[in-house]
Design a protein. Structure first.
Length: 379
């Protein structure tokens, strides 16, 4: 958590991802109780079902609070029943007893196969996202989807490599403070950004479902998600040993290089912090591809005309990522919610990026037309 995210239901301070939504402890518990005890059948709104939900009204109208929970994206299937929780506690106690009796520890084959998997929701206890991981398998459709996404990314990357010779060279040997050198470094970075944007647009068109959307929604989703996907790809290319980021195989940059290109420390530091955090998660190509697809289909973006349709297109990618992480790391209950939390971090970084773009305009540094269009920069 970054410390200041708000609950998507009532606007109170969020504590984490619960039942697939960034929410507070109060709304997490309310949703769980409503599902387990069948509260939806008893709730009734005195205001015709149109109450505006906030930290005060959430206590006044249960029906509208539950409606807002579902509109925000909370899923009933993420809630464990009382019987599931009881079985899970028994299984956990048995695992602890086995670990105490066996010198092998939790890394043995049997415990890995039967351990709890990641879940997008929170449990009734810690709210950190635990679920039932036994027998989880990818469906044939999910396997095909993942193969298509990874292949599309590889294809787009190869096309980008062919653009490498066209990039303005990074100035070497010249006075680093000279006006020409500064302009050349800025041009170098903006041209890399253009290649990245083109790669993202190309990839989005190959993501199943994207071209089914109307043109207005395609544009709205790309405008909002492009910088966030660029930051994900930047994190993917981060080398923790050299603390540098490599683009197009051969272009490697340190923090100082970013600064010399005209970017502010207030933007550079969060980029590298995010990159380090992503590296600690250790995502593979499939997880990156699925996370990017989920990011593209974010229904709450500005100017989206059909949010329910966008959300429906996002759902299969969320489910595929959940299953994939359960299979890959069955003992790591926090892996899936941690990935989703990175999407929240990206929203914050996107805001910082907007401030960076504004600062560049104050410095009379003009962005190329494609970047101005995608980032809504109006001269």
């Amino acid at each position: 958590m970054l410390g200041h995210e708000l609950c998507r239901v009532c606007g109170d301070k969020a504590s984490g991802f619960h039942y697939n939504v960034l929410s507070c402890e109060g709304c997490k518990g309310f949703f769980r109780r409503s599902v387990v005890r069948g509260g939806a059948r008893r709730y009734a709104c005195r205001g015709g079902g149109t109450c505006q939900m906030d930290a005060f009204m959430r206590r006044k109208c249960q029906q509208c609070r539950l409606r807002k929970c579902k509109e925000a994206g909370m899923r009933e299937q993420c809630v464990l029943s009382e019987e599931q929780i009881r079985k899970k506690k028994i299984r956990k106690q048995q695992q602890q007893q086995q670990q105490q009796q066996s010198p092998v520890g939790p890394s043995g084959g049997s415990s890995s196969a039967s351990g709890p998997g990641a879940s997008p929701g929170g449990s009734d206890g810690g709210g950190q996202g635990s679920g039932e991981g036994e027998g989880v398998q990818l469906t044939a459709a999910q396997e095909l989807m993942i193969q298509q996404l990874v292949a599309a990314q590889l294809q787009c990357n190869k096309r980008s490599f062919s653009d490498q010779p066209k990039v303005t060279p990074w100035p070497l040997g010249a006075d680093p403070q000279s006006r020409d050198a500064r302009q050349q470094r800025f041009a170098h970075f903006t041209e890399l950004a253009i290649i990245s944007v083109q790669e993202i647009v190309d990839f989005a068109k190959q993501v199943p479902g994207f071209l089914q959307l109307g043109r207005e929604d395609q544009i709205a989703l790309l405008k909002a998600s492009t910088i966030e996907i660029m930051l994900l790809e930047t994190a993917r290319r981060y080398n923790h040993e050299t603390e540098c980021i490599t683009f197009l195989k051969d272009f490697t940059y340190s923090k100082d290089d970013f600064h010399r290109a005209g970017l502010q420390v207030e933007f550079i530091n969060p980029i590298f912090e995010f990159s380090r955090a992503m590296r600690r998660l250790g995502l593979d190509d499939a997880e990156y591809a699925l996370l990017i697809a989920i990011n593209i289909f974010s229904a709450d973006r500005p100017n989206v005309q059909e949010p329910s349709r966008v959300e429906a297109l996002q759902q299969p990618y969320v489910e595929a990522l959940l299953s994939y992480t359960r299979i890959k790391r069955p003992q790591d209950q926090l892996r899936f919610p941690r990935m989703l939390m990175k999407l929240v971090s990206l929203r914050t970084l996107s805001s910082v990026h907007s401030e960076q773009v504004f600062a560049l305009r104050l410095q009379d540094k003009k962005l190329p037309p494609l970047l101005s269009e995608i980032w809504d920069v109006h001269e």
